[in-house]
Design a protein around this ligand. Structure first.
Ligand SMILES: Cc1cc2nc3c(=O)[nH]c(=O)nc-3n(C[C@H](O)[C@H](O)[C@H](O)COP(=O)(O)O)c2cc1C
Length: 194
C-alpha cells in the first residue's frame, strides 16, 4: 500500500504569517519522537505569556510526556477516536480554567484560556511540531487523576508531536489527515468590509 499524498492545503484569502498559514492539526504523530523537557516547558511558557482580561491569568496546565503514567491517564480520559491517535503524540497538555483567579473578569475565562492555547500552539509550530486540541475527554477523569481542586476545570487537552504520514500510522488516521481543510470565506465573516 502506498502512503496517500497529503492533500492538506492552506489556501488563505489574504497573505498571513507563514507560521500561521502552515499550522494545522494532524492526528498522525511519530511515536519515536521525544520532546525535550525544555521544549515542552517553552510551550507552556508561551501560554503563560498570553494576554488575559485584566491580566488575571485564569488558567492552569498539566504538561506530560509520552512514556509516563500521567500521559497514560490523560489518554484514558479521552473519548471516541481521540483515544486511538493520541498515544503516538510526544506530549499532552491539559488546559484548565481557574475562574476564582479572574475576580470580576469571569466572563472572559474561557476566552483567555483559548488565547493561552493559541499561544502554546504557535510555540509548538515554532519548534517544528504540531498541536491538536481536543474537547473530547472526560474532565472529571482528569480531576481525579491529577487531584484538581474544585475551582479548577479542565477544558481541553492538546496533543503535541511530530507529524507522521508514513505507514507506521493507521490508515484511518492517515485518511483523516489527508482530508481537505477549509474555512468560511473571509467575505462571509466580515460584517463590515475593510
Ligand atoms: C476547543 C476545540 C476542541 C476540539 N476537539 C477535538 C476533538 O475532540 N478531537 C479532534 O480530533 N479534534 C478536535 N479539535 C480540532 C478541530 O477539529 C480542528 O482544529 C478543526 O477541524 C480545524 O482544523 P485545523 O486545526 O487543522 O485547522 C478541537 C479543536 C478545538 C479548538
Amino acid at each position: 500500500m502506498t502512503t496517500p499524498t497529503l492533500t492538506v492545503s492552506h489556501p488563505v484569502d489574504v497573505a498571513i504569517s507563514p507560521l500561521l498559514a502552515a499550522r494545522w492539526s494532524p492526528r498522525g504523530f511519530d511515536a519515536d519522537h521525544q520532546i525535550d523537557r525544555d521544549d515542552l516547558l517553552s510551550i507552556v511558557e508561551a501560554a503563560r505569556w498570553a494576554p488575559s482580561a485584566g491580566n488575571t491569568q485564569p488558567w492552569a496546565f498539566v504538561a506530560v510526556r509520552r512514556g509516563t503514567t500521567e500521559f497514560d491517564s490523560i489518554v484514558e480520559s479521552l473519548t471516541g477516536f481521540n483515544r486511538a491517535w493520541t498515544p503516538r503524540a510526544s506530549a499532552l497538555i491539559v488546559f484548565a480554567v481557574v475562574p476564582e483567579r479572574a475576580g470580576k473578569m469571569t466572563a472572559w475565562v474561557d476566552y483567555d484560556l483559548g488565547q493561552a492555547a493559541a499561544y502554546a500552539t504557535m510555540q509548538a509550530e515554532h519548534l517544528g511540531l504540531r498541536a491538536h486540541q481536543m474537547g473530547g475527554f472526560d474532565p472529571e477523569a482528569i480531576r481525579d487523576a491529577f487531584e484538581l481542586p474544585a475551582g479548577v476545570i479542565a477544558k481541553t487537552v492538546m496533543a503535541i508531536g511530530k507529524h507522521d504520514s508514513s505507514e507506521d500510522v493507521a490508515p484511518e488516521i492517515r485518511r483523516r489527515d489527508a482530508g481537505e481543510r477549509d474555512r468560511l470565506p473571509l467575505t462571509e465573516l466580515l460584517i463590515r468590509p475593510a
